[in-house]
Design a protein around this ligand. Structure first.
Ligand SMILES: [Zn+2]
Length: 280
């Protein structure tokens, strides 16, 4: 069935091998990093560092699931997201098991849920750590732990898409499309919303009339075409806005904002934009 959508939509298809690989890799990440995270947070009492560590613990699990799922040709973001969240919970559980082992100097090391829960309750009464002479216990400590788990799961959720990437998939050739950078040297788009509307109503002059940007231009536009090398039947356009700014330290920074992602093109328009891009 030919879709009439303006943008690429994933088919939602999965395959047992891809899901298994994502699951195994994610589980390896969750168990290994759960161990590393537990010992790092136990032995390095720098709260800001731990905060970043908490986020990246989750991020690494989510990224692994997204990346391996994509390598395994899984075209279902929701399945990968749910897999990653499940493994995030596994990671948190492993971190608890190892944290208890670290805190008891290896004396207690149990994967049993009721034993772990018993220790959590004991630690909540005693307090786990102190900051500025204050040792949170009871309800306060539980709230901190819930916040910690939430940061980890937030890391997981934000990372899955980053790991997956945003390339479209060709269902007939069974492959991801390869992106091709056309140019980064087009003048910045002043009105992205208006531009998007023009493109969606197939007025491609909105793109082709963009003038070339000077080498010192602060705002530029990056144009990418994605095409299936197998059947030459699937074509998409992705456009980013590149903005240069100077930060408070006087350093030059470049930020990217997506204006158009995987916008569907017919073969003729694809060829036209490809030819147009040759002037840059
Ligand atoms: Zn194809």
């Amino acid at each position: 069935m030919e879709s009439t959508a303006l943008y690429y939509q994933e088919s939602g298809k999965t395959n047992p091998l891809g899901i298994s690989l994502a699951l195994i890799a994610g589980l390896a990440a969750a168990t290994t990093l759960g161990f590393v995270y537990a010992y790092a947070t136990f032995y390095i009492p720098i709260i800001y560092f731990n905060f970043i560590l908490t986020y990246f613990f989750g991020f690494s699990i989510g990224y692994t699931v997204g990346k391996v799922g994509s390598l395994g040709k899984v075209r279902n973001s929701r399945v990968l997201l749910l897999t990653a969240i499940g493994l995030g919970v596994v990671g948190i559980y492993f971190a608890w098991v190892h944290w208890i082992a670290a805190a008891s100097e290896g004396g207690f090391w149990s994967f049993n849920l009721s034993t772990v829960w018993l220790f959590i309750q004991l630690i909540a009464m005693e307090g786990a750590w102190s900051i500025f002479g204050y040792t949170p216990t009871g309800g306060t400590l539980y709230l901190i732990w819930i916040a910690e788990a939430a940061i980890i799961l937030f890391g997981v959720v934000t990372a899955v898409v980053a790991g997956q990437g945003s390339r479209p998939y060709c269902e007939s050739c069974d492959r991801w499309l390869s992106p091709q950078q056309i140019t980064e040297r087009v003048r910045g788009i002043a009105n992205p919303i208006g531009f998007r509307k023009e493109m969606e109503s197939k007025n491609y002059d909105a793109l082709k009339q963009l003038p070339e940007a000077g080498p010192a231009a602060r705002n530029r536009t990056s144009i990418q075409l994605l095409s299936c090398k197998g059947c030459n039947n699937q074509h998409y356009l992705t456009i980013d806005k590149i903005e240069r700014s100077v930060d408070s330290d006087g350093k030059m920074k470049e930020g990217k904002t997506r204006i158009l992602e995987n916008f569907k093109l017919d073969r003729l328009t694809y060829q036209e934009i490809l030819d147009w891009g040759k002037q840059f």
